[in-house]
Each structure stands twice: as C-alpha cells, then as structure tokens.
Design a protein around this ligand. Sequence first.
Ligand code: ASP
Length: 323
Amino acid sequence: MNSRRRFLSLSTLGTVSGFSTLKAFGQAKRVDGPIVLSTWNSGIPANNRAFQVLQEGGSVLDCVEKGVNVIESDPNNRTVGIGGFPDEEGHVTLDACIMDERQRCGSVAFLQHIENPVSVARRIMEDTKHVMLVGEGALNFALRNGFEKKVLLTEKTLTAWKKRKAEAIASQPEINVENHDTIGLVARNADGNLAGACTTSGVAMKLHGRVGDSPIIGAGLYVDNDVGAAAATGWGEAVLENAGSAMVVELMRHGRTPQQACEEIVNRIAKKFENWRNIQVGFIALNKAGEIGAFAIQSGFSYAHHSGGKNQLIKSTSLLNNA
Ligand code: ASP
C-alpha cells in the first residue's frame, strides 16, 4: 500500500474507533481493570484517592476530579491549589480543566480565592453551555454555586514570594520545581471509559494575568474516549505552542503507542522551542487498551501509575540525561 493510501486508511479507522486502529496494527497489549496515571510524586496520593472513588462505584469523571482535589487542598504543595506559588504581584491565580468520556470539557483560568478550581471547571462543564470561564467571571460563577472564598496564600508561600521579590527573581523556566509541579491525572475505569483532569497554580512569579497550558483543552489535557488521554506538565508556553496533549492523543490515534507518542511530541518541542534545553516539559499518556507512556525533556520527571492493584512512582525517561 502506498503511503498516502496507508495514511487514509489509518485516518478512517481512527475516526471510527481508535482502539480498532491500535488493534489493527497489532500494537495494543490490553491491560484489564481500572488504571490511573498522573504526574509527579503527588500523583501517588492523588491516584490512591482516584482509585478509591472507582472502587466505591464513582464514575471515571468523579475519579479524576476527586483524585486531583487531594493535591489542590494540600497547603504544602506549592504548585497546585491552596498554597500554590503566587504571581509576581503576590496573587495566587489558578488554572484547571477536566474532560470526560463524552468529549465534554470544562475549564477555568486566572481564578483566585477558590481551593478546588477543577471542581469549578466540572460545574461549568455540567451546568452551563460553555467550556471555559476566566478571572472574575469564573470567581463569581464559583461563589454563586456554593464554592467558598478562601485565602490561598499561605505563610510559607508569602515568605518565599517576598524573598524572590527582594532578589528580583522574575518568572523563568524552572526545572522540576520541588519535584511536584502541575498535577495531570488521566484514568480508565473497568468499563474502558476515559477521563482526565489537570490543575495548577502555574509558573511561579508569572506576569499577573498569565494563563498557561494547563486549563487549555488540547494543550495541558486531552481525552478522546475512542483513543486515549494525555496530560502535560512543565513550561506551559512550549506545550501551548505545540498543542501538546491533543497531539499525543492524535499520534496514538494513528497507531503510536503512548510511549512513542510522548517521545514524538517532546522531540517536536525540542526542535521548535528555541530555549528547550533550559526548560522542562513532560507528558503522560494512556490509551484505550490500558498501555501507558511518559517522556520529558529533562530527567527528574516522575509519574504515578495505579494498575493491577499497585500504585507505583516511576522515573520517566527523558531526552536529556542530566540527573
Ligand atoms: N504547565 C504549568 C504552567 O505552565 C506549570 C507546570 O506544570 O509546572 O502553568
């Protein structure tokens, strides 16, 4: 078959069923049972909660939301939810999104004073005609819907922010911030349905009003129930410029394993993003068959994989080996 015809046949199969695409090319090793996959060390407690939700009969959407809620509500995590590091003006502004097996999505960006932005994103998805609300509009929506207004800046983050301010440290690409950046979590339940969630306080010392990749559907997160799900972490601008997570899912649709798809998009970012050697970007991916993959620019990226009753923290492979 010539390459154009092969491409067309792949595309057609992909639109009908991603899983049959994978099977047709003999690449999928089916893994049974629920699977939860998430970024960084904080993925371990998030996966535990997510898995528990499934065991208690919750939906795959409940599972991804409640899983990342644990990290949003942890004041000791400096990169997500309460306790998240502020922007250069000292405001904690949060970005988050969520996506379910029906291709529905919800998102919030530049949201202040709300501990669990991903739950606001879910309400937008379920209760409005829209996908995304930002800033004051998102805050007012949250307050109208019973979310409590909170102070998200903790003593610790205020002290750290003052120090950086005094040293005039502006937003800059930070590699593996305290080893627990943005949490992206994707899951497949026992019925084979996929969902994902992504939540962050974004890059420390960012400009006031900056929005990263994490709340942008297709950049920080993407789910296609026919194919798979992917999430990103790291320097959001590089992920945004390359529509990172959507590309990972698209590559899986066209027959790549999750690992190959993550590697290909990281390589593409390295080719196209001038400053790539000084940033971290990492992806995780899960396909419909239950296979997983992860890859990053720098070493130091880790992910948590809950499958077959075991929840394990795994070191990702990377483009640069600079541990
Ligand atoms: N991707 C996030 C952002 O750019 C930050 C991170 O994952 O560390 O806002």
